[in-house]
Design a protein around this ligand. Structure first.
Ligand code: ATP
Ligand code: MG
Length: 291
């Protein structure tokens, strides 16, 4: 079993979509489902999770399980269905939801069931979720099953290698902008305030750039300028100073803390679910003097 985790907005769902699209690019018969993307059922019981999986396999007749209720032997039905659809990988997104199963026994039961299905149908399972889902790894039974783990992160600026990655990502975005002269987003005048505005969160980076691009296109401009970004920032963030108007010395950069959260540093589940940890605001001078 594989385990892929990352904070909200780090690209987990995008990775799944990409993987699914790639697998569907090949030719298949109508019953083949090489990749099953599913989730833990919102109704908190095991049977519903199995029904959810059958439903997500999208086989003819799957909807009858919802209508007619659950017959006996749902596990076996699912295993048979997985063989029929020649499924090669099951991906379970939003896996942190399993923590909503209150008792440890209930969680164990789901774990055992998924293991049984994975072994019987000979299909590996990949779990995807927020850092909260990583708590499951503190459980020795799960930990021994989740052999391969991978973490997706927000962008960072302080570390030079991570900064290079951020800059190359901006370059990539710029080259995809539908304007005659793409802006040099990886240059300091763009890249630095953009980080200050977004804390390296991709969702914000894309929203801000999209807004700026719309403004540029409305003006029939052949490039996206700092003025467009500044105006986009004002329209999206109504209060506080505009980071695109500030001199570099006054900019403060914040990164999303990359350390893993665990039970020990989060007092409640709620806190772990919502509490994003940030670094202290950093001055650009301090960052750039760090070698
Ligand atoms: N490889 C990528 N290249 C460009 N943009 C990306 C990439 N991966 C993700 N994104 C963008 O980042 C944003 C967040 O991605 P996504 O919704 O996949 O995050 P998530 O980790 O599933 O978040 P959540 O935990 O909230 O479900 C989206 O705007 C998405 O388009
Ligand atoms: Mg998602």
């Amino acid at each position: 079993m594989y385990f892929n985790h990352g904070r909200a907005g780090t690209g987990k769902s995008a990775l799944i979509d990409h993987y699914k699209a790639k697998s569907f690019a090949q030719e298949f018969t109508s019953t083949q489902r090489p990749v099953l993307v599913t989730r833990i059922s919102a109704k908190r019981d095991l049977d519903n999770t199995l029904v959810q999986m059958l439903y997500d396999l999208d086989l003819f007749g799957a909807s009858q399980y919802r209508r007619l209720g659950f017959g006996p032997n749902l596990e076996q039905k699912l295993v048979d269905a997985l063989k029929l659809t020649k499924t090669e990988l099951i991906i379970i997104n939003e896996f942190q939801k399993i923590l909503e199963y209150k008792s440890e026994q209930e969680r164990q039961a789901i774990g055992n069931l998924l293991k049984y299905i994975s072994e019987e149908a000979q299909v590996p399972i990949a779990f995807v979720g927020t850092p909260l889902a990583a708590q499951i790894c503190e459980d020795p039974q799960w930990a021994s099953r989740l052999i391969r783990r991978r973490r997706l992160k927000h962008f960072c600026f302080k570390d030079i290698n991570e900064r290079r990655y951020y800059l190359s990502y901006l370059k990539g975005l710029a080259s995809r902008m539908p304007v005659e002269f793409p802006p040099d987003l990886a240059s300091p005048p763009f890249a630095i305030p953009l980080f200050a505005a977004t804390r390296g969160e991709n969702r914000y980076i894309k929203t801000l750039l999209q807004e700026a691009l719309i403004l540029a296109l409305q003006e029939k401009n052949n490039t996206v300028s700092l003025a467009h970004l500044s105006a986009a920032y004002t329209s999206l963030v109504s209060e506080g100073v505009n980071v695109f108007e500030l001199p570099f010395e006054q900019l403060k950069l914040i990164e999303i803390e990359t350390t893993l959260c665990s039970n020990s540093d989060m007092k409640t589940l709620d806190q772990a679910a919502t509490g994003t940890q940030h670094t202290k605001p950093m001055n650009l001078n301090d960052i750039l003097s760090v070698k």
